[in-house]
Design a protein around this ligand. Sequence first.
Ligand code: UGA
Ligand code: MN
Length: 469
Amino acid sequence: MPSAHYQPLVPRADHDQDHEHGHNNDDDERWTIETDVQSQSNGRIRYHPQLAEELPSMGGGMAASRYGRAGNSGYRRFVYIMLILLPACFLIYFVIGPQSQDSEDADGDIDPHNGIGKRRHIKLSLTTTRLTTAHYHPFHATIIASKSTHGSIRSMMGHALNESLHICSESHEDRRLYIGDKPRSAYAQLPVIYFVTPTYPRREQIPELTRLAYTLLHVPRLHWLVANDREGCDTFLDTQINGFGIPYTHMASPMPSEYRKAKPAPRGVANRRAALQWLHQHNLTNGVLYFGDDDNTYDLRLFSEIRHTQRVSMFPVGLIAEYAISGPVVREGKVVAFLDSWVAGRRWPVDMAGFAVSLSYMAQYPNVNMPYKPGYEEDLFLRSIGLHIDQIEPRGNNCTEILVWHTQTKNKKSAVVRLESRYMDERSNLGALFRLLERMGVARASEHEGPVATISKNGKSKSHAYFLS
Ligand code: UGA
Ligand code: MN
């Protein structure tokens, strides 16, 4: 690629000042309330056991049981209980309450300062005595070891996300000598792009991540957050990702089981929430966040376009839904509306790959969140960071270029091939080959299952024994 792609861009000053924003009266705020209720209940489901134990003592358990007894003891007693209960519920609501709702005003627009106002103050004063230290050391060279780190109670309570992080391996060292046609040191001043990739085990996982890694290898100053939707760590993936020499963090971030059965399921959400938690734990207030799924196709110009995002940049995504395109409508250098075939009440009808957020901007919103609400992840995330349409920085030559494609790979079940185990030794390559494929989740050889492997020569297939014994 031409080296021009890697030229540091001059930071854009055009959206720098703070604005006072009018509210958008077109928005359907009933819808906002529904989603907030949902995110609140989701938040509760995900509390770490340690915290869940504490919640009843703060009123949650009491509320349920007292309500249960009230029906048997007459109207007066019921009224008394309600008088006690209502303030208790009120208190709980503000202490552990909904994430995105906190900072939204009556119009659903978000005030950046509200989140650190009175309500947040209550949260912190109640939790400071319960601080736990995350036993996680961020800046070491390379670790390949499995370990768990939990967000502190402060981050669970004061921050909308409450994920417990399971870091499989990570490296903050960039082992690439050259990127493009320049030595790595030539890029030292660029802001870091935190590229968050949700991924999940399936036959296409390793090929997808391989293709993506070879794209990212061309991108300087990038930290790759690979969040895998499975319980434990995949040590094969550790080695693979580490091998590229790109700074990375590999974590296990399984979708909670209650969502896995849902149709549609919230794909990639647990993963992105974990990555957001990681960014939060590291107090990163410099650099740019981008959600890059493992199956999309990224033009290298995308990275120089998003790198100097001041608040939120947006750009078209190709191959989305019916119109095969989704993105902002731009007039005179300003985003004025959106083109996307599925609106469904979304204020921000954009794809996950269609925007980037600066971490300094995001840091102003302690209630940043991505609720488990399929189809609305982008919208609710962008609402949680108080976005206003006039703050959006259109990229890709005022949204006339396509720098990212929503490509989708056909999913198939991992293959099973019948091959006798007695031939899986070093007499041929086949044993090693199938062991590798099995580790990758692509295919496995079986003694009794699957179609018999056809092995041929000169157009004629023969018995396995013919070539392998
Ligand atoms: C579209 C959007 O582009 C996604 O950003 C959005 O998360 C998704 O819809 C959704 O809302 O369901 P799409 O191509 O339909 O994406 O979905 P996938 O590519 O299958 O999944 C999105 C990401 O989540 C991928 O990186 C995938 O690896 C990951 N994923 C998918 C999981 O981590 N777990 C799953 O069970 C499925
Ligand atoms: Mn996809």
